[in-house]
Design a protein around this ligand. Structure first.
Ligand code: G3D
Length: 198
């Protein structure tokens, strides 16, 4: 009887959770974004920017936006770590690709990296949100220029939801708009890639 009751309670209290991969080249601002999201949606529980160090391996964070539970994976962007990204594709529900808008020298590398991601069969059909980060800096590329560069991979995006949005992860500007876009698309894509039940 105890086990039956426990099983029923567990089933009733299970919740749906979406896994979101935060990808991008090293130094793009992935960890800063993760910490900003935790700060906004988890009542200030996040690391201050002076405590953020380059990602070795992965950082994981949980946030809840309007009853939608997200598990955020910030996976390191150094060359060696990029070869591991594909291990996460089959299990994730959306990809957030962070671009350092001031890193003109690596913008083509950035586009090619995203192209490899969206061309992978395990990412087919899942929403992709590109974030033109560091828009607070005077030397950043305009979001329109970044859109033009990334337009060249449009054919690989297919019919999935995708968008380029400007943000400053450091200041938090545009971060809520990005999170709203994401949660709407995750729910919309629910039938194609159902959330995990935890
Ligand atoms: P990563 O996780 O993608 O490797 P980080 O990148 O989050 O570690 O950020 C790399 C550097 O970029 C950090 O600076 C961080 O403060 C800075 N950064 C991240 N987002 C923004 C932003 O929106 N605006 C500005 N101006 N800087 C940002 P340091 O100096 O610590 O290396």
């Amino acid at each position: 009887m105890y086990h039956l009751a426990r099983g029923i309670i567990q089933e009733l209290t299970r919740r749906e959770e979406y896994s979101v991969l935060i990808l991008g080249l090293d130094n793009a601002g992935k960890t800063t974004l993760l910490e900003k999201l935790k700060g906004i949606y988890n009542e200030g529980r996040s690391l201050s920017s002076d405590k953020i160090v380059p990602t070795v391996g992965q950082n994981v964070g949980h946030i809840t936006i309007n009853n939608t539970h997200l598990k955020l994976w910030d996976v390191g962007g150094q060359h060696a770590l990029r070869t591991l990204w594909h291990e996460y594709y089959a299990e994730c529900h959306a990809i957030v690709f962070v671009v350092d808008s001031t890193d003109r020298a690596r913008i083509e590398e950035c586009r090619d990296t995203l192209q490899t991601i969206v061309a992978h069969e395990d990412t087919e059909g899942i929403p992709v949100l590109m974030l033109a980060n560091k828009q607070d800096r005077d030397d950043s590329l305009e979001v329109e220029d970044i859109k033009e560069i990334f337009n060249r991979i449009a054919e690989h995006l297919g019919a999935r939801d995708s968008r380029v949005l400007p943000i400053s992860a450091l200041r938090g500007e545009g971060v809520k708009e990005a999170a709203d876009w994401l949660t709407i698309r995750l729910e919309r894509n629910k039938q194609y890639r159902p959330p995990d039940r935890r």
